[in-house]
Write a protein that binds this ligand. Structure first.
Ligand code: TXA
Ligand code: MG
Length: 333
């Protein structure tokens, strides 16, 4: 029974082993922290009904307590445990996009600890599409509150190694299932106000959402007042200053001796060898590929002690909206 107690903190175990999932579920039930893969990014999970466990998540991430967590569920019984009432529009979005990378902000049940929702009357809830995330929630037999498994403000993790690098032994256990397929965090839509509102762009695009529920207010890029701290202008950020180039083909003038990195989604130019590091996110400009590779590439660049990172912008359409949102937040100072 105490096998997990003997595991050093921060142990990375393959999620393909059923024993790992069982241990992870037990750790969650006992009030511990487990980092686990989702289709978007790795999450730092705890029992969503346990305020003491939630406090450990905030501490591990050094996250301010005014920033609420997303509650992850696997079935409608858990949805009822978490959500107070379900507007008709929520049902339509759930029918189409769940399980998947869409988070809905809805009126909450009083049983959810205030710490999880930062004292708000709403809760952010999502049903992930990742088999390991689903297996873990089922095994723990409770909704799992999980922010991205990175120190607050830093780039989200898309591999188990990223989690270990950033949080190390502040987490009890890291479930490894390889790189995340989507690579940017879930789209967040609030249905708690008079009108649907996009709080964070993600891989479910505004066009996809509108085709199901009609018009959606976009507070994100229009209005910079943060409603959700994920909307803080500097977030998802590297230590190294990042600059977004004026256009995809544009290149900066580099002073002698400057060590710069370049993130591109086109073929490198002959002259790009003057950059210390070049990362090709997708040689064909495919937005899904760019999103999938973005955070890992930013982290690799950030580990090189460069003077600056330059990134090509992509078209702000579809998934490109989320990619540009993350690049802008990384670039903000
Ligand atoms: O893809 C994702 O959503 C990942 C994976 C692990 O599921 N999670 C994630 O969590 O990105 P986090 O904590 O890094 O971002 C959650 C965002 C925060 O910006 C938070 O402020 C917002 O969701 N949020 C949570 N509850 C909210 C609420 N009740 N109202 C408005 N925003 C909320
Ligand atoms: Mg985060």
């Amino acid at each position: 029974m105490d096998a997990e107690a003997k595991l050093p903190k921060g142990t990375v175990l393959s999620a393909s082993d059923a024993v790992s999932i069982r241990l992870a579920g037990r750790i969650i039930k006992m009030g511990g922290l487990v980092a686990f893969p989702t289709e978007t990014v790795y999450g730092l999970g705890c029992d969503a009904m346990n305020a003491i466990a939630a406090a450990k998540v905030f501490e591990a991430k050094q996250r301010p307590q005014f920033d609420p967590l997303i509650v992850h569920i696997t079935d409608l019984k858990q949805l009822e445990m978490v959500v107070g009432s379900l507007p008709a529009l929520a049902q339509r979005l759930m029918d189409v996009f769940w399980p998947g990378p869409l988070t809905l902000v809805l009126p909450k049940q009083p049983v959810i600890p205030d710490l999880v929702t930062a004292g708000l009357s709403t809760v952010a809830v999502r049903m992930p599409n990742h088999p390991i995330a689903q297996a873990l929630i089922r095994e723990a037999d409770t909704p799992i509150a999980a922010p991205s498994a990175n120190p607050f403000g830093y780039v989200s993790p898309t591999t188990a190694q990223h989690v270990a690098d950033g949080l190390g032994n502040t987490v009890d256990f890291i479930l490894d299932d390889g790189p995340c397929s989507v690579g940017v965090e879930s789209t967040i839509v609030s249905l708690a106000g008079p009108q649907p509102e996009l709080l964070r762009p993600g891989s479910i695009t505004i066009e996809q959402l509108s085709s199901i529920i009609g018009s959606i207010r976009q507070s994100v890029s229009v209005n910079h007042t943060p409603i959700a701290p994920g909307q803080l202008s500097r977030h998802y950020a590297t230590q190294t200053q990042l600059t977004i180039l004026a256009s995809a083909g544009a290149r900066p003038i580099l002073k002698d001796g400057v060590r710069a990195g370049l993130l591109i989604h086109s073929h490198p130019r002959d002259t790009d060898d003057r950059f210390t590091a070049v990362e090709v996110l997708s040689s064909t400009g495919d937005l899904r590929e760019i999103a999938r590779h973005l955070f890992a590439a930013l982290r690799r660049m950030d580990s090189l002690g460069l003077d600056r990172i330059y990134a090509e912008p992509c078209q702000e359409e579809g998934l490109g909206v989320a990619i540009m949102d993350r690049l802008r937040r990384c670039a903000a100072r």
